[in-house]
Design a protein around this ligand. Sequence first.
Ligand code: NAD
Ligand code: UDP
Length: 338
Amino acid sequence: MAKILVTGGAGYIGSHTCVELLNAGHEVIVFDNLSNSSEEALRRVQKLTNKSLVFVQGDIRNQSELDLVFQDHKIDAVIHFAGLKAVGESQQIPLTYFDHNITGSIQLIKAMEKASVFTLVFSSSATVYGEHSSSPYKEDFPLSMPNNNYGYTKLVIEQMLEKAAQADVRWSIALLRYFNPVGAHKSGEIGEDPQGTPNNLMPYVTQVAVGRREKLSIFGHDYPTKDGTCERDFIHVVDLAKAHVFAVINRLKQTGCRAWNIGTGMPISVLQIKETFEKVNGVEIPTIFVERRAGDLAAFYADATRAEQELGWKPQYSLEDMLADSWNWQKQNPNGYN
Ligand code: NAD
Ligand code: UDP
């Protein structure tokens, strides 16, 4: 069993990963500045697992705060979620995004090096593939410049980590390229709690369902897809969380830097999300079709066979599970953790 530092562990994907790590018998230290999360999520993680974790409030850009964590705990591996993730906001305040995501990752890598901890799982994104290839995306496709500053930070960090691993064979790094995480823990105790108006489809749908928003706008219905709306690869957050546990185990045994897609490989349309959500949950989602959103690709889904072959990971939850669990969380927590 390993002692794992989880940066950004109080957030949406981080909190679900803490549950899976604790359930698998690992020790967890969460490092988070709570800029986009609540300590309540960590209380619930401990309640759900009946196990305790250590929480350190701090910022990954602060080298001395990080050094202290590595001094206080004999860490075996790091899972790095901390960072900013709103695509639209990253266009307005690029330097803030570069600071949290890129500078923060550099500070973390330096602190790890100082403490001789060389095992890292990084939260990347399928956005690093850019717009030039087509679905299904494979890990060895060429990467290209994403069309927004958030995606750019993921590309830069991936390349930085690859170069660090090339220069020093002690590094063992997993780049997990997530597709579209949705859903929540079955208990409804933890889930996605975006601040302000959600940018992403699923929290928007659940907020319409719970009455916090009037209607869903579907961006574009003239795409070259089966029903004219965009297709994405939605992955249940618990499946995604489990992929991190598999990746840590793999990385503790091998060195080098390797990328894995984390998706189901199944294209699901935006309209299909709305209709299936209504059917599974018996709730109506008032909807209008509006203009396409700038920068959206028609279809974006993974070839996820590498993760199955090399990590032994395979998604277990269906689309119906994703939609039922998202709704269960939102219904039980109409205002998130507040
Ligand atoms: P989230 O915002 O819920 O979690 C991120 C956590 O990091 C939050 O708890 C926040 O308080 C913390 N944080 C932010 N800046 C920090 C800093 N400077 N120092 C310390 N803590 C800081 O987001 P999430 O959806 O759980 O995403 C986790 C990671 O996965 C992010 O790196 C994100 O870019 C990546 N990712 C997310 C998605 C998605 O759709 N949710 C898709 C692809 C990749
Ligand atoms: N979408 C939508 N209405 C919304 C939010 C999103 O129609 O209010 C669509 C969006 O155009 C895209 C899909 O839902 O085709 C997924 O968008 P999201 O922002 O969740 O993730 P992305 O794939 O852009 O990372």
